[in-house]
Write a protein that binds this ligand. Sequence first.
Ligand code: ZN
Length: 324
Amino acid sequence: MTKREKSRTLHIIISVDVENDVYYYQNKKTPEVRDIDGWLGLRKGIPKLLKIFEKVADSSGRNPKITWFIRVDFQLEKLYGDAGHILISYKNLWKKLSLKGHEIAFHPHLYRRVGKYWTLETRPEYLTRQLRESFHRMIDLGFIPQSSRIGEAFMSNEVMKCLAELGLKIDSTAIPHRFRRDKLKMIDWRGTPQTPYYPAPTNYRIFDEKRSIGILEVPMTTVRTRVSYDSKPRWRYVNLSYYNHVLATGLREHIRKYDVLVTVVHPFEVLPEMGKTWHPLISFDEKEVEKNLRFIISECKNVGKKSKFIRLKDVKKCILRDIK
Ligand SMILES: [Zn+2]
């Protein structure tokens, strides 16, 4: 290993998508319903996660400051009377976390109601209207987000442009390699790099040398995985609730190759009561979150890299020199 490689640092961003529970894993519902099933993740999952985060430290001995992506959107407005329902219901928690230096970020799920189902909104004019209204509601409530992530990894050129126009500096919706286009999902991140890039105005998935939109895309890290029901290896985002043995090989590779790692987790994914039966991928156990974090830190050590927890909004400051 050369001297330069030894001095490198892995910047670790821990993001939590703060949203409702999904009963799909209890086999009670099919995913296309998109109802709001409950909020146990917020009440019980977040305190569990906070305890774990206080137990881990990077190579400088610092605990992580988390990037909390909070749902603020049209569906919440329709069902609860306010797009900022989560911001309002847990106001003191967000205040406390902000004061401690955590980042509060914008996470709209863009849906519309069709018959008895909530379905993805894909009409450009409605997408931008929903984005603007939800974003301004967040501002009205006293939050000025710098980072965004669109629900279910949906993206379009119009949406990316709109986020930049709203003043967001960083987006973290990308799931490199993932592609799915059917009745249920609209995900297209083919050709997207693992490293931060400025999206092109005519193709949000790739790098724009001119940086003409101005927003920086910081993809969620994906690693190659394989679980019992996969017929071949599959790229999955680094969800901290996934079993460490599923992520380990891919994580090792990523840590050797790159200087940024973006992880994700949803609060309900650490609650045992959310998984009715054993699941080969999601542990529903906060201990696995701790195991994954400790694994990442110790892998850095093994390859002579420093580890550093940062918030998404720190990416430009911390690693801008490395961005193409
Ligand atoms: Zn979400």
